[in-house]
Design a protein around this ligand. Structure first.
Ligand code: UN1
Length: 511
């Protein structure tokens, strides 16, 4: 087993840490001290100071200055900086992945996978730095040229969640940086150390390239800091990942000042399992989706909508698979399921279990909180499965825990209607070998989610695609494809190289 003390040393995390940094400088914030505990064993990891308003303002002023310089660096040169960041992340993958696992509680494999996502988005961003393309269009006027170009927008505020404490920041930051923006990061209060570790890794690159402070800042803190970012007209874009209530308050505050927001909020992701499904791939897809990261991904599988003809067969296979799951220390590679993030999450798990029972749901794999040796943090719970109806109030909500719902259907149209009949619209999947069913599912009358998969589960999206969802998921797209456009402002340019001044739409204006 790894020695956490060594890992912290190698990532420059000490017992007491400055929670405010502008990339090169750091200082203790004037807010209350935050103590980070590991859900793995309940132990205290380290302390971090939080920001007061004056600390926040100082960071924003530094960011404004840095933006003036950073935007002048040609985009491919900015890409070169990101390439170097990817190299530093490669060198520290083991350490950072381990700290993610220890501070957040996901398995070491998933912690390492998260750092791999960071490395991959660096590579992607390097390519994008040479592809910030605008269109050209034919003017309706003679000797006129029209085109559009994309410019940096300024300061990007990044509010990230505990469940992907580093990867989701990097999807935003790496793309924002090649676009010419500067970033101010408010990490989750539950995982502040992984954020500081990221900063210490990329600081090497900022120093080696003599870059100014303020390109990459961290403001540690709670709701206050999120509110300051959301209400601050100096922050051009606020990208927020987290719960729907959090996103609603951020989105409303940003909209009030007519700023831009990019929201990546809750999911209530379903998998439809049809009669022709290959159950030998459907079962592992379902189980990883439901219990991986202890059900704490926004893409976690929450609902299985299964055809009545294979309902019993699938149910039996799932019960058998769940009986083989090993729950315990996530740093031990033989365990499949680690702890929930904290005691509050355990309370929410228990509350949901109670509500499922009250509504008439029947558990076929029993819930429960684990105690005894190895479970002293009180954060380990049994992944469980309940037979429910989709319209139960509780089933309409996202609970960030390994609780899986089974729902029966008889016609494919009904299955798609059930899949769509929730307020969220992030990820969805169908297991089928029937072309008509899969194409219907992917069509405009199919899944209403931002992500729709065939014969793979709902979680584990690759960075190359645009990531995000519809309805209460917030509508934002991050990561790959053309998600970079959210981090830039578009300018349409019309140039007259003739000797006359013809007006558009044929309007005559003579005097
Ligand atoms: C999240 O849970 O906020 O698709 C992001 C996935 C991961 C990202 C999840 N690549 O499951």
């Amino acid at each position: 087993m790894v020695e956490i003390k060594d890992i912290l040393d190698r990532l420059n995390i000490t017992e007491q840490n400055h929670g405010i940094t502008t990339g090169l400088q750091s200082w203790p914030g004037s807010g209350e001290t935050l103590v980070s505990h590991s859900p793995v064993n309940g132990g205290k990891i380290a302390e971090v100071s939080q920001a007061g308003r004056a600390d926040y303002d100082q960071v924003i002023e530094k960011s404004q200055e840095a933006f003036k310089a950073w935007r002048l660096l040609p985009a491919p040169k900015r890409g070169e900086i990101i390439r170097q960041m990817g190299e530093e992340l490669r060198k520290k993958k083991q350490e950072l992945g381990t700290l993610v696992s220890y501070e957040m509680g996901k398995s070491l494999q998933e912690g390492l996978g998260e750092v791999q996502e960071m490395i991959d988005i660096c590579d992607f961003a390097v390519g994008i730095s040479r592809q910030l393309y605008g269109l050209t269009m034919h003017s309706e006027r003679p000797q006129h040229r029209m085109y559009e170009q994309w410019h940096p927008i300024g300061i990007v505020g990044i509010i990230s969640a505990f469940n992907f404490p580093v990867a989701v920041w990097s999807w935003n930051a790496m793309i924002a940086w090649v676009c010419g923006d500067v970033c101010v990061w408010k990490p989750s209060e539950k995982t502040p150390l992984t954020a500081l570790a990221c900063q210490s890794i990329i600081k090497i690159v900022l120093e080696n390239n003599n870059l100014p402070e303020g390109i990459s800042s961290i403001v540690t803190g709670g709701r206050d800091v999120g509110k300051w970012l959301a209400e601050d007209p100096r922050v051009a874009l606020v990208s927020a990942t987290g719960s729907t209530p959090m996103g609603r308050s951020v989105g409303e505050a940003v909209a009030r000042r007519l700023g831009k927001s990019l929201l990546e909020l809750g999911g209530n992701n379903a998998i439809i399992v049809t009669p022709s499904a290959d159950l030998s791939i459907a079962v592992p897809g379902i189980v990883f989706g439901a219990v991986g990261t202890a059900g704490q991904r926004c893409t976690s599988t929450r609902r299985i909508i299964v055809h009545e003809s294979i309902y019993e067969d699938l149910e039996n296979r799932l019960v058998k698979a769940y009986s083989q799951l090993k729950i315990g220390n996530p740093l031990d590679a033989s365990n499949h399921v680690g702890p929930l993030i904290d005691q509050l999450a355990v309370e929410k798990y228990l509350d949901t279990v109670g509500k499922v029972k009250q509504a008439g749901g029947k558990f076929i794999v029993e819930p429960g909180v684990l105690s005894g040796e190895g479970f002293s943090s009180g954060c380990y719970v049994n992944p469980c499965i309940a037979e429910v109806q989709n319209d139960y109030e509780i089933v309409q909500h996202e609970t960030f825990a390994p609780i899986l719902y089974l729902i029966k259907y008889s016609e494919i149209e009904e299955a798609i209607a059930i899949q769509n009949d929730v307020p969220q619209g992030l990820s969805s999947a169908i297991f089928t070998l029937n072309l008509r069913e899969s194409e219907l599912f992917l069509s405009q009358q199919g899944s209403d989610c931002g992500i729709a998969n065939v014969n793979i589960g709902t979680s584990g999206a690759e960075i190359g695609g645009a990531f995000g969802g519809e309805k209460e998921t917030g509508g934002g797209r991050e990561s790959g494809s053309d998600a970079w456009k959210a981090y830039m402002r578009r300018q349409t340019n019309t140039i007259n190289y003739g000797t006359a001044l013809p007006l558009a739409q044929g309007i005559k204006f003579e005097f």
